[in-house]
Design a protein around this ligand. Sequence first.
Ligand code: C5P
Length: 407
Amino acid sequence: MLNGKHIVLGITGGIAAYKSVVLLRLLVKNGAEVQVVMTPNACEFVRPLTFSTLSGKPVITQFFSANSGEWHSHVDLGIWADLFVIAPATASTIGKMANGIADNMLVTTYLSAKEDVMIAPAMDLDMWRHPSTQRNIDCLKKDGVIVIQPDAGELASGLSGKGRMAEPEIILREIKEYFRRKETLKGIKALVTAGPTYEKLDPVRFIGNYSSGKMGFEIADELHRRGAEVTLISGPVSVKPYSDEINLIGVESAREMYREALKCFPDADLAVFAAAVADYAPEKISELKIKRENEEELEIKLVRNPDIAAELGKRKTSRQITVGFALETHNEKENALKKLKSKNLDWIVLNSLQDPEAGFMKETNKVTIWNKENSKFPFEAKSKREVASDIIDVISQSLEKSGSIVG
Ligand code: C5P
């Protein structure tokens, strides 16, 4: 299952470090190649010799080897690794990671990591529930770190509560699940539209909207994380895709977005229309800046933009799946289902503007998804990254049915 996978196992200074011996055994037994990195404090709990013997590789504890003067390159480690697992992750290391305090080899490796990072926190219950720890955990989650929740139970301090590191078997299961998910959309070509469009009025002004592009970018990132080949067509935004393997095409207006989408669509197995496309554009773009005249009013004639989702819906073949978004203020279900039909979509994701946790500039979103058969999939308010994951879990069912992926 983990054959050929390169895992960096980071170990920090908590009593749970003894469990990392078992975790390392399990990883190696399952075929992974493991490079252990320890903080100086971790070496007080378990000797590096134990880990080097089990991994078959010298353990890295310092920036350079005291005997040979050999420099350990954290950058090379980041290139070599498929996954970085930090178990146990103490409150101190979690705090350093959240704030970029790279005063040891492990946190320095984290800051250079190109691969995904998973942490298994371990600490006393009071430390775990302290607002500072929770703030740092939230921050790491936002940065994309996968957090394996600690267990509740008896702690080394003699107290009982939440904070005990997840058992090595659980961590192994999470690692296997991570790699399984990474392969689920292998071979799938996905097209995502995201962000707002800007419809130019003159050289300095445009008609736009509040879309941040976050939801569409999270969807593109998640599709890529699961192995899909992703093309992301985006209007002007400040967010970036997490990987430069995502083919990002930047556009400004709805017409430009439409042109690019038309080119990419025939190749796509899946298209997700997350862009907030302007329905109308000024009929004429003034070559010169429009001046304030003496008149009280200024009339600008607007003409209809192409509906990208609907146009591509007409061209859709039976092997292609399309997903649209609906942002509604009233008659939400009715309007969403109308769009599903009129744009010939397979799925529609509804986010309600009435919901305080959903919408344009928010970090969170709350969605309900429908398919053509009127089946409803409601979700709680979550971070946009988690919402992206839920959406892809649900729509993957269609990809399995269409034969694009084997379930
Ligand atoms: O009709 P409405 O704009 O509410 O539909 C929203 C859905 O249609 C979204 O998925 C959006 O990306 C897509 N859309 C589009 N081109 C447009 C307008 C909307 O692709 N011109």
